[in-house]
Design a protein around this ligand. Structure first.
Ligand code: GDP
Ligand code: MG
Length: 308
């Protein structure tokens, strides 16, 4: 399956709901008036885009319609797609140019961190990078074993300590190993469930301190993993983590199982943090580097030059 067909496939539920709602509004209007904008805004909000972003999209739509002189409601669809693609674009490339580079993966329990790390290790390995994993979710033995399984699948090395050990010490060892083994990228897993938020954030800042000391001058990505099926709750988590930890990118998982994929637009627009990857399934190749244009096309069911 080509990459684009895969995104299309993964976004099927979102597209049916999102494009369905928008199309319905556009079909029922013959002229462009304020009522049309209101209906469009409403359908965006219902698609989990978020209130603020839905308003931005409609304001921009008004501006472009004025500018282009579009009079046909059906043409509004094309403008809307352009606006959304534009909003999602920029910064999606991983910043991992130094050797080693570090990717710290954070997020609440169950969003798909460990699975994403396995897929990401596979993706980066296939792009010729030497990857090393750090099992810094030491909260449960099962979490370490789960990462080990993914390391084996992706064919990469892993640094692990025993259950309950200090996560920052795992990260320290992973960075030392990366240097001595000449790894290109170190990806560190973290725990998502500690007994309270302060506890979790303290642990993350301790890890970040180790990284800035031991990987001085190296490229560091702090990727927040969010579960798309949780809709507006994902947006709330993004706000909280952005405030507490310096996130550099977002991975949105489980788009395959939800109609709430519109939340991608809200997160990107409101937080101004780039989406780096999207998860569209549980298999090792079900993680896609994010492409704004492909995403917008898939959302509106458009063909690209690629074989379908
Ligand atoms: P963690 O607690 O954040 O490390 O989450 P896990 O990596 O353990 O994942 C939790 C569950 O979500 C597992 O059952 C994964 O298979 C599933 N999962 C992760 N990413 C995706 C995805 O993109 N699509 C689907 N359908 N399931 C996913
Ligand atoms: Mg995990």
């Amino acid at each position: 399956m080509g990459i684009f067909s895969k995104i299309k496939d993964g976004l099927k539920k979102t597209r049916d709901s999102f494009a369905g709602k928008v199309e319905q509004v556009l079909r029922s209007f013959t002229k462009i008036d304020e009522e049309l904008f209101e209906e469009l805004e409403e359908s965006l909000i219902m698609s989990d885009v978020g209130m603020v972003t839905a308003e931005h999209i409609c304001d921009e739509l008004r501006r472009r319609i004025k500018e282009t002189g579009v009079t046909d409601a059906a043409e509004v669809r094309g403008l809307m797609k352009e606006i959304i693609a534009g909003m999602l674009d920029g910064g999606q490339e991983l910043n991992i140019r130094t050797k080693p580079s570090v990717i710290l993966v954070i997020g609440v329990n169950g969003v798909g961190k460990t699975t994403t790390i396995g897929k990401m290790a596979y993706d980066l390995t296939s792009r010729g990078k030497k990857v090393l994993l750090g099992a810094a979710d030491t909260f449960r033995a099962a979490a370490i074993d789960q990462l080990q399984i993914w390391a084996d699948r992706a064919g990469v090395d892993i640094i692990r300590h025993s259950e309950g050990s200090d996560p920052a010490a795992v990260v320290f060892d992973a960075l030392q190993a990366a240097k001595s083994r000449h790894a290109d990228v170190v990806i560190c897993d973290t725990a998502g469930r500690l007994h309270n938020k302060k506890n979790l954030m303290d642990e993350l800042s301790k890890i970040t301190r180790v990284i800035s000391r031991e990987a001085e001058g190296c490229d560091v990505e702090v990727l927040l993993v969010l579960d798309a099926t949780t809709g507006q709750n994902a947006l709330n988590q993004a706000r909280q983590f952005k405030e507490a930890a310096g996130i550099t990118g977002i991975v949105l998982t489980k788009l395959d199982g939800t109609a709430r994929g519109g939340v991608v637009i809200g997160i990107r627009e409101e937080l101004q943090v780039p989406i780096k990857y999207i998860g569209v399934g549980e298999k090792i190749d079900d993680l896609q580097p994010f492409d704004a244009q492909d995403f917008a096309n898939a959302l509106f069911d458009d063909e690209t030059g690629e074989n379908q």
